[in-house]
Every structure is written in structure tokens, then in C-alpha cells.
Design a protein around this ligand. Structure first.
Ligand code: SF4
Length: 663
């Protein structure tokens, strides 16, 4: 796409977009106008954000992070926020043919006209889509080539905890919770504009970097040792801090978003109203980046949860409510939350769900409570590792007996289908650890048949390939080779299917290990990986999170070409174990976790030693609370949902009088 020499007009492009719609698949995803969407007067606002989850509309629209920021920003009368998503190949081709730039769904304005282009990455596999969006927007791909009028390209989301592979393409990155920092950035942009944009684009980036809460990659230089490892990453100008800290929102009750989420025009992956019931997790599963980087635990109160559910249903008309978090059953008052919500919506069409469940019988009571209205989907538990030994390595404190007790309670309560989630390729894993999944699953079926007295019960085993992630104890681990993962999964499949007694009762779902290698490259890569991403994109790489679009062969071919002469390759970034002294590409980005604590936890993993959850035991000094000046916040508060009145079919839910004020 042509790089524009001046800022594009913010006027709507819809007249140019509309003729293209009849010629593309699912055109409704490009028209906007969803219930609760906002179109503001451009000239009446000071700071304008374009927000993107760089995937297709059906994946991007339900993204909770974008939904929250969209509301938080638009609630300020001086800020305007619109959304854009990745367009499918047919639309991309037509946009290029007709010179239509990447546009927002709300005002159909060109993305290049905004002050800030904020992208949220839940996964690294969205990086090539970011390049398509930039290119279609007419924004130079490389930050160094951008001009004064180009938006500041800002990355957030979990993948931003190591943004080095995309350092060439972004102007800045933020770590952690976005609500407060998005407003703080807006203030900085407003002031800088009001002052006549002193020192241009770099002047603005310098103000953001100097705050210590925004990472600006161009203000840091990376040196390498002759063997390819990083010698150091350091600021290249004064006033820029050595480390950049993550943001932690401490009072979830004061930020009850989303209040009015968008109701999709086209089919999306989730059509439910989701309330985050707490953030953070301290269970300490060593593979889990989300758990590590979102510490400490901060609960939303039962009152705010109740008022958000009521208001959210009313604002959207949605009938499914998800109580979200990394481990929802761990909320200190989850029993009361489930019981009181089930009471309130008894006899209505509102269904409640708890997407993530831990392995214990308490969850069966919860599931029974939440499915009072009669809807029973399968129950999912995540033992993650097949053998007890491996579960000690990954700090998943679940025994075989715990699992058998839990599924026994589930089948005895009338559930016919249980799903179990495991990972393959974990550190220290052997064939025996993976084959233990077959034995465990057969015990599950035997137990189910015995307690239910029926033959028609099922267990689905779902297996994902493990990818070591930054800011976890496994950040130093060697990733298991794709061939080894595939071989173990094949053996497991045979072990399950050869036994005719169980073959029909056990479903088996897994992906091959290859996408995991690319994810591993992008997760733990450094700035040299940027050239691989660009080469893949130039070769046609798009929508890498979709198996039908992902090409392992393309990634490997492009990596070989792009990394030629650097002395490093895909294996160097993925299957190589790091030692304690190696400078990691994300060491200057502070998630609050103490590096030495992470290393000790890695050594504990190798020694198969477990660490307790600090919610119930004394602090074990992971570093987050003192480092970030935060603390664990949890109940029980002993409060109730108000009012407790039951909602009858056809009547609107009444929000509780409690709940948080807007800002
Ligand atoms: S600093 Fe202590 S209390 Fe805070 S999350 Fe870490 S282990 Fe838990």
C-alpha cells in the first residue's frame, strides 16, 4: 500500500468500502454499527485512539481487553476510541486494488488518521496480521521510517511482556493492566499536542519513556556476544530508565468494565457477557505465563460482580454470562456468587458458566448450581501432566486420586461427558509421563461406568504442545522438539485406541507440535526475529493462529533465509536451554517477579519440588508485592448480592445498589 505523505482525512470511507462488500465473504464484519458502539465527533475530541485485536472480527470482537479499553477511553469526552480488526484475504486484495486503507468499524475512518494505534496481543501469532494492518493503513512498517503524522503504534497484551521480536514495528509497548495507563498516555498525548508537539514524534515518545511505564524500543540498544547471546540491553539516551515496569490495577471494584460490551453483528467465538471475577493467580503453575505476569490476586467483590452481571445483561440482551478469571473457582466467595446468581436467574433464560475449573469436588457443586436452568455442557478439568511426577515438576498440585474423586462426583451427578486438558513437551517429560495419560483416562472411564451404572459416558482428552514463555520459571528451559511431541502423541493415541474396551469412550484431540515451534520462536525471540516475521508476511503469511492458514514450511524457510549469517537459528531460540547468567531479551521489562526467585523455582521444578499457593500460606517472596507496591486482595467479605430478589422471565434484571462508580 502507498505510504501517505500527510495525515489522511478522518472522514468516513464508507462510500468507498460499501461497493466492495458484495464481493467478499462475511461482509457484515466490516460494517460496524453494533449495539453499544460509539461514534464521536472527531473535532470535539483531543486524543484519538484506534484499537485493534489483530485477528478476524469473530475472534477480535469478544476480546475482553479491547472491550474494556474501548469503554474506558470513550467515557472521557476528550478522547475518541474506535476499533479495527484484521481483514480476510479477499477484502485485503480488494482494498489494495481500490486503494482503500485499513479503516475503523465505528466511523469507517482511516487508521492512519489517529493519534495512537493500540494493538492487543493475546498471542504472538497475531504479529503478521499487525503488519497487514500497518501496511493497509499506509503506515510505514518500521518505526524508524514513520513521520510526524503517523500514529504512535503501541503494543499491549500478554505477548507485550517480550515485545523484542516486534521491536522494529512498534513505537512503544505497555505491560500489564491497560485501564489506567491508557488514560495516562492520553494525558501525555493531549499535553504534547496542546504545546504544539515539541520535538516532534521523538518528543512524545521521550515523555512516554521517561515515565518508566512505557517501553520505547528505539531508546534501547542491544549488543550481542560472539556466540549470539545478548551482552546487554541498555538505554541509548539519558532520561530513559533501565527497566520498564508493568501496570497493576489494584481496585477492580472501581473499574467495573465492560459495562456495555458490544453486541456482535456477525457470529463470533463467544456470545456471552463476561465478568472478570478476579485478576491474577498465585497457584504457581510453572508453565503458566498468564498466572505469573498478572500477580498478585485481586478479587472483584461479590456486590460488584452481581451489579455487573445485571447491568451487562440489560445493556446487551445476552443470555449467557461467563464468570471469568484464570481459575474462577478460586474466588474466595465463589460458592456464594454461584448460589446467589443462580437464585436470581432461576427460571429465566440466563445461563451462567465458569469457564475454568480446577480438579476438586467443590467444582461439581458449583457446576450443578450454575446449570440449574438445565443447560449442561461438558465439564473441563486440567490436570496438565499425565503422571504425578510431571505434575510435581510443573507445580500442578493434583493427584490421580483427586482427579478420580472429582470425575466420580461428576458422573454420579449425572454428567455424561468430561473433558481433560493436558500438555505435551513439558520439561523433563518422558514417553512414560505421556503414556500415563492413557492409564489415567481409562481409570476415569472405569470410574464413570461404575458410579453411573451406564456404558455411554465419555471422556475427551485434549492435548496442547507446551511452549516455554518469558517471565516464568520455564523461561530457561529447552523447548521439546516438534518431532518428539508428535511421536509421543502418536504412542498415546495408539495406547488409547488399541484397547477396544475404551476406544469409543475416549475422544482424543491434539495438534501437531509444529505451530508450537513458531510460537516458541516468537515468544522467546529477540530483535533478530523481527526480520523473520517480516519475511513471512512478505511471503504471504497471514492469520497464523488459524491452522488452515498457518504454514510451518513457510516459517522455517523464511527463518533460514532471514537469520542467515547471524549465527543463530530457530533451534537456537527454541530447543536450547539457557543458563542463569544469560541476558534474556525481556530482562529489562519488569513483571515484578524476582529473577532469582524464578531461577530457584526452575531448580525446584527440576527437583520435582512443589510450592504452595501464597493465598493460603505465607508469602514465599516471588517479589511482586514489594516490587510493585501491591498486595493480594481477597475476601471473603461476607457481603451478599443486593437485592436478592429473583428475576422472572421477561423482567429486566435489577442492578444492585452497590457496585463501583464510574471514574
Ligand atoms: S510477593 Fe508474596 S504474597 Fe505477593 S504474590 Fe508473591 S509470593 Fe504471593
Amino acid at each position: 500500500m502507498t505510504v501517505l505523505e500527510h495525515a489522511p482525512s478522518p472522514d468516513s470511507l464508507f462510500e468507498r468500502i460499501e461497493p466492495l462488500l458484495a464481493r467478499v465473504s462475511k461482509p457484515v464484519q466490516y460494517v460496524g454499527g453494533e449495539l453499544n458502539s460509539v461514534v464521536k465527533d472527531w473535532d470535539a475530541t483531543d486524543v484519538r485512539w484506534c484499537l485493534s485485536y489483530p485477528d478476524a472480527y469473530e475472534i477480535g470482537l469478544p476480546n475482553q481487553g479491547i472491550a474494556i479499553l474501548y469503554e474506558v477511553l470513550n467515557e472521557r469526552d476528550w478522547i475518541l476510541a474506535e476499533r479495527t480488526y484484521a481483514v480476510w484475504g479477499d477484502m485485503e486484495a480488494l482494498m489494495r486494488e481500490h486503494g482503500v486503507p485499513q479503516f475503523t468499524l465505528d466511523g469507517h475512518r482511516p487508521v492512519g488518521a489517529f493519534d495512537v494505534f493500540g494493538l492487543s496481543f493475546a498471542t504472538e501469532l497475531g504479529y503478521t496480521n499487525m503488519l497487514t494492518e500497518l501496511d493497509l493503513a499506509g503506515i510505514p512498517l518500521h518505526a524508524v521510517d514513520r513521520r510526524e503524522h503517523d500514529p504512535i503504534v503501541l503494543a499491549g497484551g500478554h505477548a507485550a511482556f517480550n515485545p523484542e521480536p516486534i521491536a522494529d514495528f512498534i513505537d512503544a509497548a505497555v505491560l500489564g493492566d491497560g485501564e489506567e495507563i491508557a488514560l495516562a498516555i492520553s494525558e501525555v498525548v493531549r499535553e504534547w499536542k496542546a504545546e504544539g508537539r515539541p520535538d516532534g514524534r521523538d518528543g512524545l515518545l521521550m515523555r512516554l519513556a521517561a515515565s518508566g511505564g512505557v517501553y520505547v524500543p528505539k531508546f534501547y540498544d542491544t549488543d550481542h556476544l560472539p556466540d549470539g547471546r545478548i551482552r546487554r540491553i541498555a538505554p541509548n539516551r539519558s532520561g530513559v530508565p533501565y527497566t520498564v515496569r508493568k501496570h497493576t490495577l489494584m481496585d477492580l471494584d472501581a473499574w467495573p468494565y465492560p459495562k456495555k460490551p458490544l453486541v456482535p453483528m456477525a457470529e463470533t467465538v463467544h456470545e456471552r457477557y463476561s465478568v472478570e471475577i478476579f485478576r491474577g493467580c498465585t497457584r504457581g503453575c510453572r508453565f503458566c505465563q498468564a498466572g505469573m505476569i498478572t500477580r498478585p490476586v485481586r478479587e472483584r467483590s461479590i456486590e460488584t460482580i452481581g451489579s455487573m452481571v445485571a447491568a451487562g445483561i440489560e445493556a446487551t440482551g445476552l443470555e449467557e454470562v461467563g464468570l471469568l478469571s484464570l481459575s474462577s473457582a478460586d474466588h474466595s466467595e465463589i460458592g456464594e456468587v454461584a448460589h446467589q446468581l443462580a437464585d436470581r436467574y432461576d427460571g429465566t433464560n440466563v445461563s451462567l458458566s465458569l469457564p475454568s475449573t480446577r480438579v476438586d469436588a467443590f467444582n461439581i457443586d458449583l457446576a450443578n448450581e450454575l446449570s440449574r436452568n438445565g443447560r449442561r455442557s461438558g465439564l473441563t478439568f486440567a490436570p496438565e501432566g499425565g503422571s504425578q511426577r510431571l505434575r510435581q515438576v510443573i507445580n500442578k498440585m493434583v493427584t490421580d486420586e483427586d482427579l478420580i474423586r472429582t470425575v466420580s462426583a461428576a458422573y454420579a451427578s449425572g454428567w455424561r461427558q468430561v473433558k481433560l486438558y493436558f500438555m505435551c513437551g513439558l520439561p523433563t517429560e518422558t514417553d512414560e509421563d505421556v503414556l500415563a495419560i492413557a492409564d489415567l483416562t481409562k481409570r476415569v472411564i472405569d470410574t464413570g461406568r461404575r458410579v453411573s451404572g451406564r456404558r455411554d459416558i465419555r471422556c475427551t482428552v485434549s492435548i496442547g504442545g507446551f511452549v516455554p514463555k518469558p517471565h516464568t520459571p520455564f523461561q530457561w528451559a529447552a523447548q521439546c522438539e516438534a518431532e518428539v511431541v508428535d511421536d509421543r502423541l502418536l504412542k498415546l493415541r495408539r495406547a488409547v485406541q488399541q484397547d477396544k474396551q475404551y476406544a469409543k469412550a475416549i475422544g482424543f484431540r491434539y495438534h501437531d507440535g509444529k505451530p508450537g515451534m513458531v510460537e516458541g520462536l516468537l515468544s522467546r525471540g529477540d530483535r533478530r526475529v523481527g526480520r523473520v516475521i517480516e519475511a513471512v508476511w512478505r511471503d504471504g503469511g497471514r492469520f497464523d493462529g488459524w491452522s488452515e492458514h498457518f504454514s510451518y514450511e513457510r516459517w522455517m524457510r523464511c527463518a533460514e533465509e532471514a537469520l542467515a549469517g547471524t549465527g543463530v537459528d530457530v533451534a537456537w531460540f527454541t530447543t536450547r536451554e539457557r543458563d542463569h547468567n544469560e541476558v534474556l531479551p525481556w530482562d529489562h521489562l519488569d513483571s515484578g517477579l524476582d529473577r532469582d526467585w524464578l531461577w530457584e523455582d526452575w531448580q525446584d521444578a527440576l527437583d520435582e519440588r512443589e510450592v504452595e499457593d501464597c493465598r493460603w500460606t505465607p508469602c514465599f517472596d516471588c517479589g511482586v508485592c514489594p516490587q510493585m507496591d501491591t498486595s493480594i486482595q481477597m475476601g471473603p467479605t461476607g457481603r451478599t448480592l443486593l437485592p436478592i430478589a429473583q428475576v422472572r422471565q421477561g423482567l429486566a434484571a435489577t442492578p444492585s445498589s452497590a457496585g463501583a462508580p464510574a471514574l
